[in-house]
Design a protein around this ligand. Sequence first.
Ligand SMILES: Cc1cc2nc3c(=O)[nH]c(=O)nc-3n(C[C@H](O)[C@H](O)[C@H](O)COP(=O)(O)OP(=O)(O)OC[C@H]3O[C@@H](n4cnc5c(N)ncnc54)[C@H](O)[C@@H]3O)c2cc1C
Length: 404
Amino acid sequence: MIDFSPPAHVQTAVGDIKRFIADDIRPMERELADYLTNEHLYLQADGRLAPPILAAQRTIRKMSAERGLYALHMPTEVGGGGFSLTDMFFVHEAVYQHGIGLSQWMLSWTEGPNQMQMWLSEEQKQRYLLPLVRGEQTAAYAITEYRGGSDVLGMQTRAERRGDGWSLNGTKAYITNAQYADQIFVCALTEPDKGSAGATAFIVENDAPGLSIGRTYRTIMDDGMTGELIFDDCRVPLDNTWGREGQGFYLSMGMINWIRVRRGGMCSGLGQYLLDRCIDYTKNRQAFGGPLSRFQALQWMMVDSYLDVQAMRSMALHSLWTADQGNLWALKVDPQLIQTVCGLKVFCDEALYRVADRAVQLHGAYGLSKDSGIEKIFRIARNLRIPGGTDEIQRVNIAKALGL
Ligand SMILES: Cc1cc2nc3c(=O)[nH]c(=O)nc-3n(C[C@H](O)[C@H](O)[C@H](O)COP(=O)(O)OP(=O)(O)OC[C@H]3O[C@@H](n4cnc5c(N)ncnc54)[C@H](O)[C@@H]3O)c2cc1C
């Protein structure tokens, strides 16, 4: 029988997370409340994060790493917590049940360590991975380009051997943490005729000659985190390939799988947070001589959100348990496993979007106002359905595994 209750080590971590949020992060959020509720303050004129927000992010990341929470998902041999994907469901859920403020920065997202870095050499792990695990540095993963989004191998960025190193040329678009990263994972074509075996991954330091940071995008989230990276004869040492030549596409897919599996706890946590807010609001809001919650039309919306949250939890726990039985961090992953994690992503992203849409509706004008924090989660939920592979690309992968 499969037991999905959180084991003791996970319960301890969840307790530590809740204390960290209550004792340290909530006071920081109160101090920065003006910045968090007003995007004119949250972002600078160039779209980047305001310095106090960036500083808070760094502080939280560092504190979380010191408490052993930031890299719970990484193997213990590199200083992580050794948690399974199923364990991490409860960790992500515990953080996101508090909504969106500063608390999400306590866990590694795109900017932190992930399991594909176990493909680095021992020397590279010391130099690049351990500072990420300790929360001292951050990273960015640069795969997407203007002409290569879902069609990853449509990318134009080329890497060629030049002298005693590599020369990279091209532009990467919509890259999370591009503006702030110390180290960048870049996927570039080395032998374009070889298809998926024709790409190689590189680690590029942020001061590499020929690398410049382009624009910061104003996206639906307006989170100041998405930027452009330009490689103009960018020089990279010969031994800064990540894995071997020709493995870049598979390493990139591994990064994307890490984004996919995180969605379970994130979406169900945010869904539960929104449902709690809806119940509380409709019980307290008076209209037509009583609380809004007495109207069955509104009750059913909350019942549907409850069902979505329960379905997300069940789907995520079962999918993550299945993924724990295989090896998601191999270079070539079993298509059935890909099907499982793609199913998890598309199901949870779409379910959270429905819950967030209902939450805005149930809160009326207040739900649309920046004061409520509800519309922000709605915008985040809408965003989730594109990065990490769109809804359609998850379905394309599932269809392939179904033999279609
Ligand atoms: C906030 C944000 C953060 C991001 N962070 C990163 C990052 O850190 N690193 C990184 O490398 N990238 C990042 N991305 C890019 C993201 O991964 C891509 O936007 C995504 O993969 C989709 O690519 P695209 O935008 O080029 O859309 P396109 O590929 O042009 O797709 C457009 C539409 O066509 C559909 N479509 C495309 N191909 C098919 C098909 N075969 N069958 C059916 N439908 C199809 C898509 O589903 C979509 O609806 C980020 C994007 C955003 C918005």
